[in-house]
Ligand binder design. Structure first.
Ligand SMILES: Cc1cc2nc3c(=O)[nH]c(=O)nc-3n(C[C@H](O)[C@H](O)[C@H](O)COP(=O)(O)OP(=O)(O)OC[C@H]3O[C@@H](n4cnc5c(N)ncnc54)[C@H](O)[C@@H]3O)c2cc1C
Length: 394
């Protein structure tokens, strides 16, 4: 009897795990289960809507869904619609690939105010995640504080700063794109707790901030005297040196050269947030919207015999999409080792009503068709019930 493996989470790490399993044991039966009716995890809901090149990785994942022994089971939340224990009884191995997307708190007064948004909630709104259909009210937002010095902070600042023309080929949900275009934005502050030599931006993403049509990137030359740390592996040192070089370029830009300014501030720790302002260790700034980009936490999942984990659920919220490949392939080898010499349980198969790959393809076609009419890659369906109706062909 062929073994059956459940992969919980249809994000990159889940797909790379399926790929690793099939490379080692073609013909294995694999179910990829997701709580959403749509696959691809943070590639669909996290990666910024204007970075379509990055999102193109889903084509590889989609090919796996066409394999006869791989099933997509969408609209099934493990822990709600089926227990982890029932899943474990039904499958010979379970791989947890559920990611990690609870916004980490800042731990300062005022962070519960309505104008303070975690980056996940904010980006999930831009990306049309059906749990996050309401975004911040941008009608009176002139200044934004983006807290954090990683690429997610750059994503938030860039999508806010780009002109509607620059977003025209993106798949930002129309209501978010329109709200950003109509906002009276003048200043975006990207705020780092440490010096620029410690920022975890990557060069391409940082350099893109210097090429925006309606926004000028600015940095204080006094803050950029630092050298990259002498220790650490060479690629890391080179990346930091490149960041400093790009930031020095920003320091030479003329304030007011464009209608919007993106200010890079360093060695500034957020201390308190009030309506319209944020207190930093270095002074107070205007901030009608605050977006925190300081990392994520995850939900606990069961451990035990026959349960494996991959991706962000296993390693924590670090690493890019390709990082998950080697990691998931290594875990797939462990799973194959576990299955070897074990008979298949051939247990009961209690999965509740779900959306299969054909259902997802109907959603995909509807979104792509709606996008084609506007010259966009797709217009996402954001309403849960509508997603389910389209998937069921109703
Ligand atoms: C805002 C943001 C932007 C990013 N931008 C980039 C980028 O530009 N380039 C890049 O390389 N990387 C980027 N990353 C990182 C990249 O997205 C991650 O490395 C990758 O998505 C992690 O994959 P994963 O499979 O572990 O988790 P996820 O992609 O989060 O997938 C987890 C899946 O599990 C599902 N799930 C969760 N709980 C359950 C449950 N109980 N039952 C069933 N299903 C469940 C979720 O719906 C989701 O589909 C970004 C991350 C974020 C947060």
């Amino acid at each position: 009897m062929t073994h059956r493996v459940a992969i919980v989470g249809a994000g990159p790490s889940g797909f790379y795990a399926a790929d690793g399993l099939l490379r080692g044991q073609p013909g294995l039966r694999i179910d990829i289960i997701d709580r959403l009716p749509t696959p691809f995890g943070l590639v669909r809901a996290g990666v910024a809507p204007d970075h379509q090149g990055t999102k193109a990785v889903v084509r590889q994942f989609d090919r796996l869904l066409s394999q006869p022994d791989v099933r997509f089971i969408g609209n099934v939340e493990v822990g709600r619609d089926i227990t982890w224990d029932d899943l474990r009884k039904a499958y010979d191995a379970v791989i947890v690939a559920t990611g990690m997307v609870i916004d980490r708190p800042l731990g300062i007064p005022g962070e519960d105010l309505p104008h303070v948004w975690g980056s996940w909630k904010f980006i999930a709104w831009l990306n049309g995640h059906p749990d996050f259909r309401r975004g911040p009210d941008l009608g009176c937002v002139r200044s934004v504080a983006v807290i954090g010095n990683g690429n997610v902070a750059l994503d938030v600042a860039r999508v806010l700063a780009k002109s509607p023309e620059e977003m025209a080929k993106s798949d930002v949900v129309p209501e978010a794109g329109e709200a950003i275009a109509a906002a009276p934005l003048t200043d975006i502050y990207v705020i780092g707790r440490r010096g620029p030599e410690h920022a975890s931006f990557t060069g391409n993403e940082l350099a893109e901030m210097g090429r925006l049509a309606r926004a000028v990137a600015l940095a204080d030359p006094g803050a950029l005297a630092a050298e990259p740390p002498a220790d650490g592996p060479t690629p890391e040192r080179l990346r930091k040196a490149k960041n400093l070089e790009i930031l020095r370029g920003f320091a030479a830009n003329r304030a007011g050269a464009k209608p919007l300014s993106v200010h890079f501030l360093f060695s500034a720790t957020p201390v308190a947030i009030r309506p319209g302002e944020i207190d930093l260790s270095t002074g107070t700034l205007p901030a009608d919207l605050v977006v925190t980009c300081i990392g994520y936490r995850g939900e606990a999942f069961p451990q035990g015999e026959g349960i494996f984990s991959v991706g962000w659920a296993r390693r924590g919220p670090t690493g890019t999409i390709p990082t998950n490949r080697a990691d998931s392939h290594a875990v797939a080898q462990e799973v194959l080792g576990w299955l070897r010499d074990r008979d298949s349980k051939n247990g009961p198969y209690p999965l509740p009503s779900s959306i299969d790959v054909e259902g997802w393809r109907r959603i995909d076609q509807a979104e792509v068709a709606a996008g084609a009419a506007q010259g966009r890659p797709r217009v996402k369906v954001t309403d849960w019930q509508r997603l389910l109706r389209i998937a069921r062909g109703e």
